[in-house]
Write a new protein. Structure first.
Length: 139
């Protein structure tokens, strides 16, 4: 039983560090983006990296918090909702640099991306359902 809790702790640490670095890089690149779609990295980019990484560390710490205030479904839903809105805002932010005459192509591309990601999500959910049923039959 000790190895399971140690494995879970190690996996949680990898998840927190990995996603925090990814979020920090995403925020730093968003900050460095210029109107002509070039990148200009400054000290602000480093600060943005630190803020993005700290934001994700805080997100995971709150999500895994043993405190009763964060255990309720409403609190968890609010935490995940804030992260979802932040992610969508970070994804859509570069659209302010796109000329108006390119919006049609951009919307088509975004719709195609949403369809593709929805398909992947459905396949992952079906895979999880299959594996859960298999574990139930063999377990």
């Amino acid at each position: 039983m000790e190895t399971e809790s140690r494995n879970e702790r190690d996996l949680r640490r990898i998840m927190i560090i990995g996603s925090s670095i990814g979020a920090g890089v995403a925020v730093a690149f968003t900050q460095a983006l210029q109107p002509d779609f070039s990148m200009r990295f400054t000290w602000y980019s480093l600060i943005a990296f630190a803020i993005g990484a700290a934001w994700f560390v805080l997100f995971w710490k709150l999500l895994f918090s043993p405190r009763p205030i964060f255990q309720g479904k409403v609190a968890r839903f609010a935490i995940v909702g804030v992260m979802l809105v932040s992610g969508i805002a970070g994804f859509l932010y570069p659209m302010k640099f796109v000329p108006r005459h390119n919006y049609h192509d951009l919307v088509i591309g975004l719709a195609a991306a949403v369809c593709a990601l929805t398909g992947v999500a459905v396949l992952l959910l079906l895979c999880k359902k299959f594996l859960d049923n298999d574990a139930r039959k063999n377990g």
